[in-house]
Ligand binder design. Structure first.
Ligand code: ZN
Length: 137
């Protein structure tokens, strides 16, 4: 039997390492951003996981701040020609957007699982398989 992650820090670690949000051992992804159907270790069905545009939004804010900040500082300090800006910032954009996208998606799915986040279903009783009391140490 595999161990179940109960702490927030454990969920964050599992998410950032792109592993199963319940056991922290099975792989989460089948492709770059495509999920496995279920955990290969504990059998958790990943059908609940819907991070939507969340990871892209956070990565966009992070990447925008880094790249625009670096470009502004470089322009103010060195006033380089435009081709230098293109040569510097285009590769940096790819690095700071594609690099954290996968761990960010894993993190959002892990947090979704940890906090039992799901769309509300109006007029139906809450899902009984989740208890909403967390055991934080
Ligand atoms: Zn698992």
């Amino acid at each position: 039997m595999t161990e179940t992650i109960t702490t927030l820090s454990g969920a964050i670690t599992a998410g950032l390492s792109c592993t199963c949000p319940r056991c922290g051992q099975g792989r989460l992804f089948a492709g770059f951003l495509k999920l496995q159907p279920r955990c290969e270790r504990c059998g958790l069905d990943y059908g609940f996981a819907d991070s939507g545009d969340g990871p892209a939004v956070f990565v966009m804010f992070l990447a925008g701040a880094i790249v625009v900040g670096a470009a502004l500082v470089t322009e103010i300090l060195f006033k380089p020609p435009y081709w230098v800006h293109a040569a510097l910032w285009l590769p940096l954009i790819l690095l700071v957007t594609l690099g954290p996208l996968r761990p960010m998606k894993g993190l959002m799915i892990a947090l979704q699982y940890h906090h039992r986040a799901a769309e509300s279903r109006f007029g139906q009783p809450p899902d009984q398989k989740y208890d909403h009391e967390h055991q934080e140490p």
